[in-house]
Design a protein around this ligand. Structure first.
Ligand SMILES: Cc1ncc(COP(=O)(O)O)c(C=O)c1O
Length: 357
């Protein structure tokens, strides 16, 4: 069977070369006589995989020495709790609301302590990222939390605010472009969009900031537990981390974040051009200056046409084009591993569907 044109929002497409490499090593990893999944997480062979994944992340994102790279579990959703439980203290958690995920992050922080909303675009159904000068940050803010890319609404921060103690959920766009890590105290990302399979969450954090976390936390919820133990305090998701290391090798072979950003821009432009040139047949959800290069969201003139579009696209091998249930319409998730060819095919299909409609 041919591979699908996979536009799933996450878990999402992985590079075919990565899957083939994993397949070739599956039953006998580096002459160990077993798969990576069967290795002890304390073995030398596994340790190399673990450290290589960290090192590649450091290289690809130019992560400063004074930052930790952690591999945690519980998805980005557990980070919604870990961030406030570690860092809220007696201050305010200041949240910028740009979609469902940032609202979920805020909801968890509200259970831990005081919070404020620094800005929100909910009035216009999260169709934009607030301007930097719209942010109102409390003097007593313990940190400012943003969601760099809004997977459901298809909006993305184009430039980051310069504020103290900035924390970002980068689950759906980490490594899609170069990043100045030093602007952030902590970055977290579930792997299942741009990094690999689900099961591992990457955390990149300023070491001094981590040290300022609250005392007497449950062991597993304390970032320091994981930083002191090189993310090996308990059994890590070894296979997910192995896959992460292969995805990072692949990204390095592609030329790293600058090169992938060029390709991502090219892919996103293909779809946004179709939308913009469709005379309103396709209606993009995101305002132009907030458009995501990872998730392209749009609607068609009616529910019937949307259904027909999805049905016909499915026949042709396109997968995952339905919009999230909370906003409907369509969404094409075009993460790093989605080949340009899949996006070209989709743009051709969109044009021909409009002509016929
Ligand atoms: C931006 C963002 N944050 C958080 C999550 C939740 O991630 P997880 O399912 O890994 O907890 C998602 C999942 O789609 C997401 O897109």
């Amino acid at each position: 069977m041919e591979r699908s044109y996979n536009f799933n929002a996450g878990p999402a497409a992985l590079p075919l070369d990565v899957l083939k490499k994993a397949q070739s090593e599956l039953t006998n990893f580096k002459n160990s006589g077993m798969s990576v999944m069967e290795l002890s997480h304390r073995s030398k062979e596994y340790e190399e995989v673990h450290n290589r994944a960290q090192q590649l992340l450091r290289e690809l994102l130019n992560i400063p020495e004074n930052y930790e790279v952690l591999f945690l579990q519980g998805g980005a959703s557990l980070q919604f709790t870990m961030v406030p439980i570690n860092f809220l203290g007696n201050g305010n958690g200041s949240y910028v609301l740009t979609g469902s995920w940032s609202k979920k992050a805020l909801k968890e922080a509200e259970k831990i302590g005081k919070t404020t909303i620094a800005a929100t675009s909910e009035q216009t159904n999260f169709d934009r990222i607030p301007k930097l000068n719209e942010l109102s940050i409390d003097d007593n803010a313990s940190y400012v939390h943003i969601t760099s890319n809004n997977t459901i609404y298809g909006t993305q921060w184009q430039a980051f605010p310069t504020v103290e103690n900035l924390i970002a959920d980068m689950s759906s766009d980490i490594l899609c472009r170069p990043l100045d890590v030093s602007k952030f105290k902590l970055i977290y990302a579930g792997a299942q969009k741009n990094l690999g399979p689900s099961g591992v969450t990457v955390v990149i954090a300023d070491k001094n900031f981590l040290e300022k976390g609250a005392d007497n936390l449950p062991t597993m919820l304390d970032y320091r537990t994981h930083s002191k133990n090189n993310s090996l305090f308990n059994t890590p998701p070894t296979f997910a981390i192995y896959m992460l290391s292969l995805v990072l090798e692949w990204l390095k072979d592609q030329g790293g974040t600058e090169k992938i950003q060029e390709t991502n821009n090219q892919k996103a432009s293909l779809l946004y051009n179709v939308i913009d040139e469709s005379n309103g047949f396709y209606n993009g959800h995101a305002q132009k200056d907030s458009r995501s290069i990872m998730n392209v969201t749009f609607t068609l003139p009616s529910d019937d046409l949307t259904k027909q579009f999805l049905a016909e696209s499915k026949e042709l091998g396109f997968v995952g084009l339905n919009g999230h249930r909370s906003i409907g319409g369509c969404r094409a998730s075009i993460y790093n591993a989605v080949p340009l060819e899949s996006v070209e095919k989709l743009s051709e299909f969109m044009i021909s569907f409009q002509k016929k409609a």
